[in-house]
Design a protein around this ligand. Structure first.
Ligand code: HEM
Length: 474
């Protein structure tokens, strides 16, 4: 198969693949990102090389320069979405995050407009987050400083922000169905990061016909789809085209307007799957970052202490933190950037694809070639970060303690596919970190030096280790 794909092009160098198995010998399925970075591949072939994930050639981009030259300097060529085999059976190229071509352009423009409009409505996204943070603080107070695993408290609060946009309302924290949905999301993200999923990414051609663990993601995501489809039915039964309540209503209005156009992209499939993209991406990324962030702060109590100080000076103990405080809190802002950099929640990025034959660094990537922009290799690019593997908030501060931007800060990726929820995510991270630390100190059950910050799993995502902490009222 690779000879055919390769015919018209000249792909970057890489290890010689074995027929069908590809580069299984070079790419460890339990540590795919590490095999690209820490093995000899990057050393031997340079920052741009080709790896055969089974029969499929993938061009791997390492470091800030290579990723920027592709995603930003040749933004259009590299704007396609590559194959994510572990969820392709659920999405089949539908929904904004997995779509391509006109379908993607239409769904992306629509989604961005709706997110922005709801943000400017009667209640801004900022107010929604402040309200949700309030509910979370109440839950934290109830723990009275006893140890808890924060996973599902954090995902419930974060998920309610995007839920109120897509479903028009928040869920009660006691709602059993809600907790069940969050378990499905958390498990899918984890499952997509197992060696099984990585192996499936390489050999889906055959494995899709075999029973086994690799099929779990499929069933988990199907359940989430069923839930969204049931919400769409409820909306359909009660909606008023003059008064859209949420993302689903806005999409339904488009569907009705376009109902005589058989080729419209405003159809039920794209509605359900785009809503699922937003709900999923809007939940797990932010809550994993918060969860990982608290662990890093417990490992570095001196950093937490400095945030407490800055909160005391700028916000004080009584008023709600607001987005406007961020520019007055360069230290806290730097710490949040450093958390996102080190946590590196999507280390290999989401696969891209070149939409036409593309010249790149003297190679010719034929239309349809998949590309992995290794975001983790940019976030840890030693040319841009002094101590790439350390937790060092000064990476984002100048000598005077002012916030300092860094162009290699790309947790949301860059170019035309850049995360659609970046603005919402950044607002959430700032407001949650500051509200929680305004009210609580974090206490670890083990001495800071003994805290293990290695991910529990590293595949599609970096999954934070499971831990407990105590939240002590300040
Ligand atoms: C895409 C990261 C939060 C919705 C992405 C991508 C990354 C990413 C790396 C892939 C970009 C690419 O293809 O190159 C993050 C991180 C987040 C976060 C680190 C939080 C810390 C959110 C939130 C939402 C969201 C809150 C929803 C409001 C999406 C969507 C896409 C996407 C819909 C697909 C965009 C497309 O294919 O055009 N995100 N994200 N994300 N994100 Fe996020």
């Amino acid at each position: 198969a690779w000879k055919r794909m390769n015919k018209a092009g000249k792909l970057p160098p890489g290890p010689t693949p074995i027929p069908f198995l590809g580069n299984l010998l070079q790419v460890r399925t339990d540590a795919t990102f590490q095999s690209f970075m820490k093995s000899k591949l990057r050393e031997k072939y340079g920052p741009v090389f080709t790896v055969y994930m089974g029969p499929r050639p993938v061009v791997v981009l390492c470091g800030h320069e290579a990723v920027k030259e592709a995603l930003v300097d040749q933004a259009d060529e590299f704007s396609g979405r590559g194959e994510l085999a572990s969820i392709e059976r659920n999405f089949q190229g539908h929904g904004v995050a997995l779509a391509n071509g006109e379908r993607w352009r239409i769904l992306r423009r629509f989604s961005l407009t709706i997110l922005r409009d709801f943000g400017m409505g009667k209640r801004s996204i900022e107010e929604r987050i402040q309200e949700e943070a309030g509910y979370l603080l109440e839950e934290f107070r109830k723990t009275k400083g006893a140890p808890i695993d924060p996973t599902f408290l954090l995902s419930r609060t974060v998920s309610n922000v995007i839920s109120s946009v897509v479903f028009g309302s928040r869920f009660d924290y006691e709602d059993k169905q809600f907790l069940n949905l969050l378990r499905l999301i958390n498990e899918s993200f984890t499952e997509m990061s197992t060696p099984w999923a990585q192996l499936y990414d390489m050999y889906s051609g055959v494995m899709q016909y075999l029973p086994g663990r690799h099929n779990r993601v499929y069933y988990l995501i199907e359940k989430l789809k069923d839930f969204i489809a049931s919400r769409v039915k409820i909306n359909e039964a009660s909606f008023d085209s003059q008064n859209p309540r949420d993302f689903i209503d806005c999409f339904l209005i488009k569907m009705h307007q376009d109902k005589n156009n058989p080729r419209t992209e405003f159809n039920l499939k794209n509605l359900v799957l785009t809503t699922l993209n937003l709900f999923f991406a809007g939940t797990e990324t932010v809550s994993s970052t918060l969860r990982y962030g608290f662990l890093l702060l417990m490992k570095h109590p001196e950093v937490e202490a400095r945030i407490h100080e800055e909160i005391n000076q700028v916000i004080g103990p009584h008023r709600l933190p607001s987005v406007d405080d961020r520019v007055k809190m360069p230290y806290t802002d730097a710490v949040i950037h450093e958390i996102q950099r080190l946590v590196d929640i999507v280390p290999m990025g989401v696969p891209h694809n070149v939409v036409r034959d593309t010249q790149f660094r003297g190679y010719l990537l034929p239309k349809g070639t998949d590309v992995f922009p290794l975001l983790g290799s940019v976030l840890k690019d030693p040319k841009y970060f002094r101590y790439p593997d350390a937790f060092y908030p000064q990476h984002f501060l100048d000598e005077q303690g002012r916030f300092k931007k860094n162009e290699a800060f790309v947790p949301f990726s860059s170019g035309k596919r850049i995360c659609l929820g970046e603005a919402m995510a950044r607002m959430e991270l700032f407001l949650y970190f500051t509200s929680i630390l305004q009210n609580f100190s974090l206490r670890s059950l083990v001495p800071p030096g003994d805290i293990d910050i290695n991910p529990k799993l590293s595949g599609f995502g970096n999954i934070p280790p499971t831990y407990e902490l105590c939240l002590v009222a300040r």
